[in-house]
Design a protein around this ligand. Structure first.
Ligand code: PEP
Ligand code: MG
Length: 323
C-alpha cells in the first residue's frame, strides 16, 4: 500500500478520461515546500504567511519576510508559489499588537485584508517583500477575506505603487505578479460576477466559507456535525463559484481542508473543480483517487448531487458514485 502510493510520486494527476487535475500544496514552512516538491505538486497553492507573525512580540521586517518568501520560491524551483497576504485576526491572533483583542466577534471583525488595509505600513512592507521574492521564481499573490470589488481594486493600486517604487529603487521584480482573491465571504461568492474580471485567479477557502455560510464556528466542537461542507447550501454555492470562474476563464482552486479529503474528491470533481490545494500529507492519496476517476461520468452526475436535500442525500450520492 505504502509502496504503491510511493510510485505515484512521479505519475501525473490525470483522470481515466485524460484530464489533468492540478494538485497544489498548502505550506507554512520550507519543510512543507520540500515535501510538496518531492511529491510532484504543481506548486504551492496556499502559503499562509501569518505564521511568520505568530508567537513573537515584534513584526518581521521587510528583509526577514523577503528571505522567507524567496527561500520558499527557490525551494519550488520554478513552480508557482501562491503567497497569501496576512490573514491575522479571528482564530489567528498575534502578540505583536496588530490584531485587536477586544472585538466582540473577531471572526466578523478586523481580520485578513481588512486588517491589512487598516495598517498601511505593515501591508506595504509585506507587498514589498513579496514583490522582491518574485525575481526568484513564479510568485502569485492571494488576498484573504475579500468581500468586495473595491478591496481588490485597492490592493491592485497599492501593489502597483509598491512595485513602481521598488523598480525605481533598482530592484528586479517579475513582469507579471498575478493577483487572486480567496472566496470565503458568502457575499463575495454570491456576487462573484461583480469582481471576477478584477482578479487573475481565485481560491475557495472552504474552512471559513462553511463557517460563515452555516453560522457555525469552525473551531466549536459543541456544534458537532453542523459545521460541515455536506450541506446543500454549501454544494450549491461551490457549484456557483466554480461555474462563474470557469465561464470567465479565471482559474479556481479549493484550498480549504476539504480539498485534502480524498473521500470528497468525487464531489469536487463533479462540481467542475480542476485545481486542488492541500496539505502534502494526503496528496498522493488524492492523486490515486483522481487517477481512478472518470471525470465525464462524475460531471454527468452533478445534477443529482445538486438535488440532494440533506447530508444523508449527499452521502448517498458519494456512496453510489464511488461504489
Ligand atoms: C480557508 O478558510 O478555507 C483557508 C484555506 O484559510 P484558513 O484556514 O487559513 O483560514
Ligand atoms: Mg480562511
Amino acid at each position: 500500500e505504502e509502496r504503491e502510493l510511493g510510485r505515484l510520486r512521479s505519475k501525473p494527476s490525470r483522470t481515466r478520461d485524460g484530464v489533468d487535475i492540478a494538485l497544489y500544496a498548502n505550506a507554512e514552512s520550507l519543510d512543507d515546500a520540500a515535501r510538496a516538491h518531492a511529491l510532484g505538486a504543481s506548486g504551492i497553492g496556499l502559503y499562509r504567511t501569518e505564521f511568520l507573525f505568530l508567537q513573537r512580540n515584534e513584526l518581521p521586517d521587510e528583509e526577514e519576510q523577503f528571505r522567507a518568501y524567496r527561500d520558499m520560491v527557490l525551494g519550488m524551483s520554478g513552480r508557482p508559489v501562491t503567497i497569501r497576504t496576512l490573514d491575522l485576526g479571528a482564530d489567528k491572533a498575534d502578540r505583536t499588537g496588530l490584531t485587536l483583542s477586544d472585538e466582540d466577534n473577531p471572526a466578523l471583525g478586523l481580520r485578513g485584508i481588512r486588517l491589512s488595509l487598516a495598517s498601511d505600513g505593515v501591508f506595504d512592507t509585506q507587498l514589498r517583500a513579496i514583490a522582491r521574492a518574485s525575481a526568484y521564481g513564479q510568485v502569485r499573490i492571494l488576498v484573504p477575506m475579500v468581500s468586495s470589488r473595491e478591496e481588490i481594486l485597492l490592493v491592485r493600486r497599492r501593489l502597483k505603487r509598491v512595485t513602481a517604487k521598488l523598480r525605481k529603487q533598482g530592484y528586479e521584480i517579475a513582469e507579471r505578479l498575478p493577483l487572486g482573491a480567496m472566496i470565503e465571504v458568502p457575499a463575495a461568492a454570491i456576487a462573484l460576477h461583480s469582481f471576477v474580471d478584477a482578479v487573475d485567479f481565485l481560491s475557495i477557502g472552504t474552512n471559513d466559507l462553511v463557517q460563515y455560510l452555516l453560522a457555525a464556528d469552525r473551531n466549536n466542537e459543541a456544534l458537532g456535525e453542523l459545521y460541515s461542507p455536506l450541506h446543500p447550501g454549501v454544494i450549491r454555492l461551490l457549484r456557483h463559484i466554480i461555474g462563474i470562474s470557469t465561464e470567465h476563464g479565471i482559474p479556481v482552486s479549493v484550498c480549504g481542508e476539504i480539498a485534502g479529503d480524498p473521500a470528497l474528491a468525487p464531489l469536487l470533481l463533479a462540481l467542475g473543480l480542476t485545481e486542488f490545494s492541500l496539505h502534502p500529507a494526503t496528496l498522493l492519496e488524492l492523486r490515486r483517487v483522481i487517477r481512478n476517476s472518470d471525470l465525464s461520468a462524475l460531471r454527468a452526475r452533478a445534477g443529482k448531487l445538486l438535488q440532494a436535500r440533506d447530508r444523508a442525500g449527499i452521502e448517498r450520492w458519494l456512496k453510489a458514485t464511488t461504489s
